[in-house]
Design a protein around this ligand. Structure first.
Ligand code: PGA
Length: 260
C-alpha cells in the first residue's frame, strides 16, 4: 500500500469553481476542445463517458455547443463506464436510456460509435462479453479522455471499495451505499439491481486524460479522502493521485474540506 505521506497532492491539477454550473461548463469545454482538436487532425475522439447526476449539466452544455456553436460529434466514439446488470435497455433507469435522453438523442453522434456495456447474455458468458468490451476500447487505441464522477464510497465507474487497481471490465456486486444512493432513481431498494458491469480501474487509468467532476457538499468527505487520503483499494478513486493526466474539477461545496 502506498502511503499518502509519500505523495504530495498536486493542486495544480485541481480547479474549484464557484458553482456547479461553472464547473460543468468548464468540463464541457475541455471535452469540446478535444473533439475539435481531433477533428483538425482528421482523427476520431475516443471518449469515456459517465452517468449519474454529476455529468448532466456537462451534457446540457455539450448539447448547447452542438446546437448553437456548431460542435459536431461525427468523429466521436464513446464508451460508457458502466451499466446495471441485469437491466433492459428500455428501462428508464438503464444507462442506455440515460445517455440517449441526456446526450445522444440531441447530438450528431453516429449510432454505431456508441458503446455501453449492456448485455442480455447469461452470467456464464459475461466474462467473455466484458473482455470483448475491454478489447474494443484497445482496438480504438484506448480512451483519449475519460469523464468521471465519484461515488460517496469513493467508487469510480462501479469499481466499488476493494476493487483491485489492476482490474479490467467485469461484473461486480454493488456496494450497499451505491444501492442506497440509487433508491432516488429506482424508487425502492428492492428495485435496485445487485450487480453491474463496469470498466475496471486499470481500464480507466489507461485513459490519456481523466476529468473527475464532483459537485455538492455531499461529495466533500469523499473528495477529501480521494485527494488527500491514503492510496488504498478501500477508496478506489485514491489511485488517481498517482496519475499525471488527472484533473479534478470541483464546485466550492465539494471542495469545502480540501486544504490548499
Ligand atoms: P452521482 O453519482 O453523479 O449521481 O452523484 C456519481 C457516481 O456514483 O459515480
Amino acid at each position: 500500500m502506498i502511503k499518502s505521506s509519500n505523495i504530495q497532492p498536486d493542486f495544480d491539477k485541481l480547479t474549484v469553481y464557484d458553482s456547479a454550473v461553472l464547473a460543468s461548463k468548464y468540463t464541457a469545454k475541455k471535452i469540446a476542445e478535444l473533439i475539435l482538436q481531433k477533428q483538425k487532425e482528421g482523427n476520431r475522439a475516443i471518449l469515456g463517458l459517465a452517468t449519474g447526476n454529476t455529468p448532466k449539466m456537462v451534457y446540457q452544455e455539450l448539447i448547447r455547443l452542438h446546437k448553437y456553436e456548431g460542435l459536431s460529434f461525427s468523429n466521436v466514439v464513446s464508451f460508457n463506464l458502466d451499466e446495471y446488470y441485469p437491466i433492459s435497455v428500455n428501462d428508464e433507469q438503464s444507462y442506455t436510456y440515460f445517455m440517449n435522453n441526456n446526450l445522444f438523442n440531441h447530438v450528431d453522434i453516429t449510432q454505431e460509435n456508441i458503446h455501453i456495456p449492456h448485455t442480455d447474455c447469461s452470467s456464464n458468458q459475461i466474462s467473455e462479453y466484458c473482455l470483448d468490451y475491454e478489447n474494443k476500447i484497445k482496438s480504438y487505441g484506448g480512451l483519449d479522455l475519460q469523464l468521471l464522477g465519484i461515488g460517496r464510497n469513493g467508487h469510480i465507474g462501479f469499481n466499488e471499495p476493494g476493487s483491485k487497481f489492476d482490474s479490467i471490465t467485469r461484473l461486480i456486486d454493488l456496494h450497499p451505499l451505491t444501492r442506497e444512493d440509487a433508491i432516488e432513481n429506482f424508487g425502492d431498494l428492492d428495485n435496485v439491481p445487485h450487480q453491474a458491469i463496469t470498466m475496471g480501474i486499470n481500464t480507466i487509468v489507461q485513459a490519456k486524460k481523466i476529468l473527475l467532476l464532483a459537485l455538492g457538499e455531499r461529495k466533500s468527505e469523499i473528495i477529501k479522502k480521494a485527494l488527500n487520503g491514503t492510496i488504498a483499494t478501500e477508496v478506489p478513486s485514491s489511485i488517481l493521485q498517482t496519475l499525471p493526466q488527472v484533473e479534478y474539477i470541483l464546485d466550492r461545496e465539494a471542495a469545502v474540506l480540501i486544504q490548499k
